[in-house]
Design a protein around this ligand. Structure first.
Ligand code: AP5
Length: 218
């Protein structure tokens, strides 16, 4: 039997703030945070066979094959509590796979949130993004800098820039988003599950709007 444990899908172009908000929301509500980009980067860092397979797709800004990502997500969807899905599904096939994985666990998508923001803001945000090499905390040299340059506030790890945040690769990722992920936005809209958020506001303001939507998705 299906229940109403929240399963929130975050949709939006690269740099829209999905990861930042998914982390805040999952902590606030005690939900699992399933971030396929983070999971893939962990595989890459550990040089696993999956990481080796994913590397060239990610560096080109293309999607990693669906079956690889689906297997990774299946292992993370415990079904014990709700989840925030960040970066999955990214095409219609993945949306169907997600429906199946959830229904096997007595769950379903309860809300999809689209982060709306202009492309020029995204390119600026991504060129200023730095990540911690140890704990993956995300910073922005313009809007959310660390206290000490190059050092993670949280764990003291060193900060690095993602290879796919180079302007050419960002443009490719935006194209992939338009062609493959925007149909997923339409998929959830047609099912009455979609809400949109203006993502070009301060992090706290977006977070407040998101919490209000999750509390009252109707
Ligand atoms: P992934 O890591 O998922 O990248 P993405 O979707 O392109 O999203 P980003 O992480 O770039 O941005 P975000 O929206 O999370 O923004 P963030 O919060 O970091 O995927 C990377 C690659 O992995 C893909 O290209 C693909 O190859 C592969 N992959 C992943 N999932 C896959 C799947 N399902 N299928 C196949 N392949 C897959 O914020 C960005 C910056 O802005 C930060 O610096 C942040 O501090 C700052 N910021 C955030 N919010 C604000 C705000 N409100 N105001 C000002 N600054 C802000």
């Amino acid at each position: 039997m299906e229940d109403e444990r929240p399963i929130v899908v975050m949709l939006g172009p690269p740099g829209a703030g999905k990861g930042t908000q998914a982390e805040l929301l999952s902590k606030k509500l005690g939900l699992d945070h399933v971030a396929t980009g983070d999971l893939l980067r962990e595989e890459l860092a550990q040089n696993t066979p999956l990481g080796q397979l994913a590397k060239s797709y990610m560096e080109r800004g293309e999607l990693v094959p669906d079956d690889v990502v689906a297997q990774m997500v299946a292992g993370r969807l415990s079904g014990d509590r709700g989840a925030v899905l960040d970066g999955f599904p990214r095409n219609l096939n993945q949306a169907h796979i997600l429906d199946r994985l959830l229904s096997e666990r007595g769950l379903k998508v309860t809300l999809a949130v689209e982060f709306v923001i202009a492309e020029e803001v995204l390119v600026r945000r991504l060129s200023a993004r730095y990540l911690c090499s140890e704990c993956q905390a995300s910073y922005n040299m313009v809007t959310n800098p660390p206290k000490a340059q190059g050092i993670c506030d949280r764990c003291g790890g060193s900060l690095y820039q993602r290879v796919d945040d180079q302007p050419d690769t960002v443009r490719k990722r935006l194209q992939v988003y338009r062609e493959q992920t925007e149909p997923v936005v339409a998929y959830y809209r047609e099912r009455g599950l979609l809400r949109t958020v203006d993502a070009d506001r301060p992090i706290e303001a977006v977070s407040e709007t998101l919490s209000a939507i999750v509390a009252d998705p109707a």
